[in-house]
Design a protein around this ligand. Structure first.
Ligand code: SF4
Length: 335
């Protein structure tokens, strides 16, 4: 069958979407003539608006009703895709493409959906980095990916919007700055202590002559306020003021990011920004940043990785990571 139109159902989380980029690039390189449409949630779509490996970005919120769900399924049918690649493991994503009459449907054999897939892949028993987990989906089509790369670039519009925002928050144009990302949407288990983020930012800002920008969601603004209160360096709080596109611009303009395991960590790594990530409850071999200039700081504890949202004990995976551990990693990375 000649493949002319491909539907990629993208991951729902920003970090996962970044880690799926090598698989998307591999599809682009293999099916050079096909039109590739990426169906994603609105909060992820901004990552791909200017991506050269995607022809069309189709953004849809989670269906709010059965009628809404039927509307999207009908549209899949109307667009007459030849091939669907399902990166989420959900039953729903398989059902949509099955009822949307896409003739070839590829994804993992999970969630009782094997009967709806034409290529059902058994998940590997071994822990695989998420980049290879997604690549294995496209490899079933004999698609090759010799040197997987998550690399993306910010657009001029993204960096210009970022500089405008930074200037309005007191960071002058051209001023070098470091980014602090102390939140983690998944839960507090992934978060390193606020006072240590503040101390690291102060030490590195003084040593390297940098200003500081704190990023995160609007809901995480109180965390940012507490960090700034403890700090002596000039610090801008951008929480809740960035779209995904502006955040990409801010990260691309930065000198360094100190971060928890989170979506912004993956974006920064993909942009090639020096990235120091504190890990504790999660497994860096599976979801570690996949860029050329990254360092992971982790203290080995017997209960890690637990993958829990909240720590049920004393959060030793994080409390045992010292300020100096993170400062050292940043110095080595920038040396
Ligand atoms: S259970 Fe262990 S790995 Fe999980 S958050 Fe607590 S200290 Fe960290």
């Amino acid at each position: 069958m000649r493949v002319e139109k491909i539907l990629i159902r993208g991951p729902n989380w920003v970090g996962d979407a970044v880690l799926a980029i090598p698989a998307m690039k591999a599809v682009r390189a293999h099916f050079t003539q096909a039109e590739i449409t990426l169906l994603v949630r609105p909060w992820v779509a901004g990552l791909f608006t200017s991506a050269p490996f995607i022809d069309k970005v189709w953004s849809e919120s989670r269906p709010s009703s059965l009628l809404d769900w039927i509307r999207i399924t009908r549209e899949i049918r109307t667009r007459r895709f030849n091939l669907a690649l399902l990166f989420p493991n959900s039953f729903e994503s398989a059902l949509m493409t099955f009822l949307g009459r896409v003739p070839q449907r590829v994804g993992y054999a999970t969630d009782g959906r094997t009967w709806m897939l034409t290529n059902a892949i058994a998940p590997s028993a071994k822990a695989r980095h998420q980049v290879h987990y997604y690549l294995d989906i496209v490899r079933t089509l004999s698609v090759k990916a010799e040197q997987p790369s998550v690399a993306i670039e910010a657009t001029n519009e993204e960096t210009a919007a970022a500089r405008t925002l930074l200037a309005s928050e007191g960071i002058p144009p051209e001023a070098p700055f470091l980014v602090v990302n102390p939140g983690a949407a998944y839960g507090s288990a992934k978060r390193w202590a606020e006072d240590r983020f503040a101390d690291v930012a102060d030490v590195l800002a003084r040593e390297m002559g940098l200003q500081v920008a704190i990023v995160g969601s609007g809901a995480e603004r109180p965390i940012a306020e507490r960090i700034r209160k403890r700090m002596k360096s000039q610090t801008a709080i951008l929480n809740g003021k960035t779209t995904l596109e502006t955040l990409i611009g801010v990260l691309a303009e930065s000198t360094l990011i100190i971060t928890n395991d989170s979506g912004p960590m993956h974006i920064a790594a993909a942009l090639g920004v020096p990235t120091v990530a504190v890990f504790g409850s999660t497994d860096e071999k599976v979801t570690g940043p996949y860029g050329p200039r990254t360092r992971i700081v982790k203290h080995p504890v017997e209960c890690s990785p637990c993958l829990l949202r909240e720590c049920p004990i004393d959060h030793r995976c994080m409390t045992r990571v010292a300020v100096e551990d993170v400062c050292r990693a940043a110095r080595e990375l920038l040396a």
